[in-house]
Ligand binder design. Structure first.
Ligand SMILES: [Ca+2]
Ligand SMILES: [Ca+2]
Length: 116
């Protein structure tokens, strides 16, 4: 005879989301914002087009860090932006094209800000 194991909750006070917190104020272009860890600190960041620039709002544990400019290209084609670990360092990079037929461009935060 088979026996089964099942979990039986003994506490009914569980609430998945009982409060909300503001991650940061002043969000821009939320429909094109990409959420990924671009600086490699293990916490997802907000990457978004702002005017003619791509910017990143860097996050840390329960805190908002600096906003950095990543690139001044391709915000007119922001719907084509993707994330990929282009250079294989384990950290996702921003990938975008300036048009439907242009070359893909890549911005690696670590290469641009940590190694230069
Ligand atoms: Ca991060
Ligand atoms: Ca990378």
């Amino acid at each position: 005879m088979q026996s089964f194991c099942r979990w039986v909750p003994n506490d009914t006070d569980f609430e998945a989301f009982d409060t909300t917190n503001t991650a940061y104020s002043g969000a821009k272009n939320t429909e094109y914002t990409l959420i990924f860890d671009i600086d490699g600190n293990g916490i997802d960041d907000f990457v978004y087009p702002d005017g003619s620039e791509w910017k990143a709002r860097l996050m840390s544990t329960n805190a908002v860090g600096n906003t950095v400019s990543l690139a001044s290209w391709a915000t007119n084609e922001k719907e084509h932006a993707l994330t990929i670990d282009f250079n294989g360092d384990g950290i996702r990079d921003l990938l975008y094209a300036t048009s439907d037929t242009s070359n893909w461009q890549v911005v690696s935060y670590i290469l641009r800000y940590k190694l230069s």
